[in-house]
Structures are given as C-alpha cells and as structure tokens.
Ligand binder design. Structure first.
Ligand code: EPU
Length: 424
C-alpha cells in the first residue's frame, strides 16, 4: 500500500489545473449503457473509481477504450444477456457509485440486478430514494439475498418528489426517465453541477431534459438515445482542495480552467476567513497574507457548503485565529480526520455532528492514517503545513478521486513523495 511522505512546512504557490470531475464522470460512464452507439467522453480523470466503474461496465458487455488523445470511448460489444449478475457484490462493495448502473440498465433492458451497496466509512447511505423514484416510474423492485432486482416492461413518465436531495439518486432516476414513455417531473432534485453535467450529456445523446441544476427537472421520454461527444466539467472538489491549501499555507494559488460559480460556497467561506479571492480570465486566485480568522460552517446540499470539502476546511481552521464550529449535516460519520489532526497537535472537539476547532495551533508531522477519500486530502494538507515529516498511510483512498495529487502539490512547492510500502 502506497504512502505519502511529506516534509513541511511549505507555502503553496503557482498555477494548478483540476482534472475532470470524478462525480460527473461516474454518472456519464453509467449513462453510456443507455445507447448502442459509441459515446466519447473527454476530460475523464484517471482515478481509481473510474477504473472500477469501467471494470463493471466491461462486465456488462461494454467496451471502454482510451484513445491516444485521452478520450474514453464506450460502446456495447457483447449482448447484455452474457452477464448473469448485472452488478455483483465484489464490484459494488468497493465503490457505492456502482449503483448508478441501476437506472440505465432498467430503462434500456427492462431489468437490472445490482448488489445493495451497504454502508461505508462515512455513513449508512441508504438508496431508498433511488428505488422509490424507479417505482414511481412503474418499476417493480424486490430485495433478495443482498441484491436489488428491478423489472419493468416499459417505464412510464410520472411526477416524483425526492424526500431529500440526493445526488446519485437524482442521477439514477433521471437516467431511467429519459427512456420512459411520456413526461416525468422530478421534484426536490439535487442541484449539484454534476447533475446538470449529466443532463447535458443525455441531451447530447438525444434526451429531452429541462431544468437540471434546479430543484425541478422535467423529462420528456424518448424511444432511444444515440451516441455523443461530451467534455466532463472540472472537478470543483479537487480544485477547491488546492485553493484551501493556498489559504492554509499563506500561499498564492491560481486554479486554472475552473467554474467559479460552482465553487461559490467555498470562495465565500475563504473570503470570510480573510483570504483574498480574485476571479478572472486566468482562473481563480486565492492568496493569504497575514493572520486569518475563524469562521463557522455548515455542510448542506448544493449550493450550500459541500460535505466533500469539509475535512479539508477543517485543516485550514486549525490555523485560523479563534474558535470555529463545523456542523456536518449530510453524513453521520464524516469527522474521522479529526482524531488524526489532533495527533498532529490540532485542538478539535467532536460532539456528534459538530466539531469545535480552536486555532491556531502549530501542527507537528506525524504518522497518520487515511480513512476515506476526503479525510485523506485533509491529512495531506495538514502535512504540508506541519513542521517536520508526516507520513499519510493508505493513500489508496486518495487515489480513488485525486489524479496525481503528489505531482500537482510538488509543482506548487510542497515536498511530497509517494512511496510503496516496501520502500518505507
Ligand atoms: N440518502 C438517503 N436515501 C437515499 C439517498 C441518499 O437517505 O436513497 C441520504 C444520504 O444518506 C445522505 C444524503 O441523503 O445523508 C445525501 O446523500 P447523496 O445521495 O446526495 O450522496 P451520494 O449520491 O451517495 C454523492 C457523491 C459523494 C458526496 C455526496 C453529497 C457521487 C458518486 N458521490 O454521493 O461524494 O459526498 O453526493 O454531496 O457523486 C466523494 O466524492 O468523496 C463523495 C463521497
């Protein structure tokens, strides 16, 4: 298992570009199941979660070919009947987003059998909303032996209201509704930019979707979809991680090719702690001079502060002046970075869904253990600002969603090296 060895403190400065958004590329890959034609996806990040989903799609008879120009081309090469278990436990257990094949398989082939994902490190994460949405479109849903089995001869458009905004739930039901007969109106949808990006791809394939990115999405079902060429949006969470790093280290980082509107909740918070923000044609520049002040934050569905940047922002709050409170409202177990930060010298007190951070406290390098993707990113940032050597273990979590993080950080001036366990 690879580790990161980081020697700090370093100041992050320079220009960096985010890769394509993992959480937009995953549903885009799943959407290619909806058509027999070839779909060409550009700007797909080279991260482990994408490789996992490609493996699942190949199991389902799809060809996933990376072209010399970096585009990923997906097309069916084997009839679906060739695979007995649509999405087996072994593939789904490593990545919850595998459940995104449920809606497309059901809509395209009239049945789907997908292993239930179960809980994960950050919380229970049920999929009841995915299933209720598919039932509203006329699907029969059965749970049996750890699998969810859905069938429908042809889905029928319907009005459906999600009990809470769910990102992959909205994406799953949306992908099913595009091939349903008649019109669907989906209410209380997730408004994340990744949902709007998926709708752009589906519309390019011939779907008729309006309102994606808002609370209500209207879909006029079509008989079939064709191929398309699509460029995945930049990863706001990855990009945001480097901008937080700039503020944390008193640095000066420009994030190139970013969508500032998608990052507004983070940029507002960075301004609140006293970082200087400039949005211009060259990108988003964050620079921090002098002392920063503490600011409270509460995670919420978009356009609220993203839960996927909460851990990284906590690293920053260990260095701001005053007391800050973070309230995590999306996942029930997403403070696992806190005890590791405390081992580095942070003053953090976790009480249920809230964490109180007293800053600034000098951080000292230590051996720390990554527990999930965003917690790992938090610990890497903490290592960059800490005095001495930090070893972040279990970097495979980070590799699920960050493309070449050590290379990007090195370019910004950090001393970070990846070492295989045997080199430790
Ligand atoms: N929820 C339910 N029932 C459902 C679906 C969701 O109760 O059927 C609850 C969840 O338990 C949670 C809330 O609704 O409390 C929101 O969860 P959501 O469904 O939006 O999360 P997700 O779709 O499983 C995606 C991202 C996550 C990100 C969340 C929240 C992908 C592939 N994953 O997950 O990304 O944290 O939205 O923004 O898009 C990450 O990249 O590190 C990551 C975990």
């Amino acid at each position: 298992m690879d580790k990161f060895h980081i020697v700090g403190p370093s100041r992050l400065a320079g220009r960096v570009k985010a890769s394509g958004a993992k959480n937009a590329a995953l549903p885009a890959l799943a959407a290619t199941l909806l058509t027999e034609a070839a779909t060409e996806l550009h700007n797909v990040p080279r991260v482990r979660d994408i490789r996992t989903l490609c493996k699942l799609l190949e199991h389902l008879g799809m060809g996933c070919e990376e072209r010399a120009d970096g585009a990923l081309v997906l097309q069916r090469f084997q009839p679906i009947e060739a695979s007995a278990d649509d999405a087996p436990y072994d593939l789904v257990k490593t990545m919850r987003a595998s459940v995104l094949v449920l809606g497309p398989l059901l809509a395209r082939y009239g049945h789907a059998r997908v292993s239930l994902p179960g809980g994960c490190a950050i919380g229970v994460r049920p999929i009841d909303q995915h299933l209720k949405g598919l039932e509203a479109l006329g699907a029969e849903v059965r749970l049996s032996h750890g699998y969810v089995e859905t069938t429908a001869s042809r889905l029928v458009g319907a009005r459906f209201r999600f009990d809470m905004p769910t990102v992959t739930g909205t994406e799953n039901v949306l992908m099913a509704a595009v091939l349903a007969q008649g019109t669907s109106v989906l209410e209380n949808c997730a408004r994340e930019p990744e949902v709007a990006d998926l709708a752009d791809l589906l519309n390019a394939m011939g779907a008729r979707i309006s309102g994606a990115g808002g609370e209500t999405i209207e879909v006029e079902g079509v008989r079939e979809l064709g191929g398309a060429r699509h460029r995945v949006i930049p990863d706001r969470i990855e990009g945001g991680t480097y901008l937080i790093g700039a503020a944390l280290t008193g640095g000066d980082v420009t994030l190139e090719d970013a969508h500032a509107a998608d990052l507004a909740p983070l940029l507002d918070k960075l301004a609140e702690v006293g970082a200087q923000i400039d949005v211009g044609p060259a990108g988003i520049r964050v620079c921090a001079v002098g002392d920063l002040r503490a600011a409270d934050l509460t995670t919420a569905p978009h356009p609220g502060f993203p839960t996927d940047l909460q851990a990284q922002f906590m690293a920053l709050l260990t260095q701001t002046h005053g007391v800050a409170t973070i309230r995590e409202t999306i996942f029930e177990n997403r403070f696992q970075h806190a005890p590791e930060l405390m081992r580095m010298g942070a003053d953090v007190h976790v009480d249920g869904g809230s964490a109180r951070i007293q800053g600034p406290t000098p951080l000292a390098g230590a051996n720390v253990m990554a527990t999930d993707l965003r917690a790992s990113a938090c610990l890497v940032l903490a290592g960059v600002v800490a005095q001495g050597e930090t070893v972040v273990e279990r970097i495979y979590h980070l590799d699920r969603g960050y493309e070449g993080m050590e290379l990007k950080l090195q370019k910004l001036g950090a001393q970070v090296a990846r070492r295989a366990a045997s080199e430790a």
